[in-house]
Design a protein around this ligand. Sequence first.
Ligand code: GLU
Length: 262
Amino acid sequence: MTVTGRNELSSARRLVVKVGSSSISGENAGQIEVIVDALAAAHAHGTEVVLVSSGAIATGLPYLKLDVRPDDLATQQAAAAVGQNVLIYRYQDSLDRYGITAGQVLLTAGDLENPTHRNNAESAMDRLLSLRILPIVNENDTVATHEIRFGDNDRLAALVAVLVKADAMVLLSDVDALYTRPPHEKGAERIEYVTYGDKLEGVEFGSIGAAGVGTGGAATKVSAAHVATDAGVPVLVTAASMVAQALAGDEIGTWFEAGSRR
Ligand code: GLU
């Protein structure tokens, strides 16, 4: 189906929901439950949901006895290897309340460019969804580092949304919407609707979300939204704490209109 506005999210056939590191790690680890509640509600009324979750590095830090994110890539990758395991355990523990089983899918952007890998990923995802499993996707951080360096999985989520032909993608972070200026500054106004093709020139993006523990920000959300909308997948950007309202179709966040479906 073609989802043309927020109010149709609740009846979407297939959704990709992406959550950022800072929304589900550290003092926000409890928010996993809030996200799972909303995903389980969508799952219960028949929507196929793919969760793209970052947070492996952030979740792994305390297990490596680190207080802050290390600067070197190899230690970040080590933290991700440890944290991914814990993160999936936390999701599954929470999903157990609803009798839903998660499937872990680790991908690289390169996998999605290689035709054989891409076909394999696509059929595995399709099969998981037809088995009513909830795929939880992250970057395969021990072999790829694009998202560690630039995006906290924003771009990966867009590539996955295109791969699985999602009806829409929801990007969740710590801020309720994109703003015309960094949200704490005077005169910042919420951007409610982005017409397809609008490159948002002149909008001054500070970093939103993920401060300290991840690498995403408003700019990576906008470029991920362009990847998705160019392939016909509309995008909603909002806060993780508002995920239930988002999936229910409330008039929140920033909506990116999609181009025609490729
Ligand atoms: N894949 C990484 C993770 O899950 C990306 C997050 C980041 O940008 O640090 O931790």
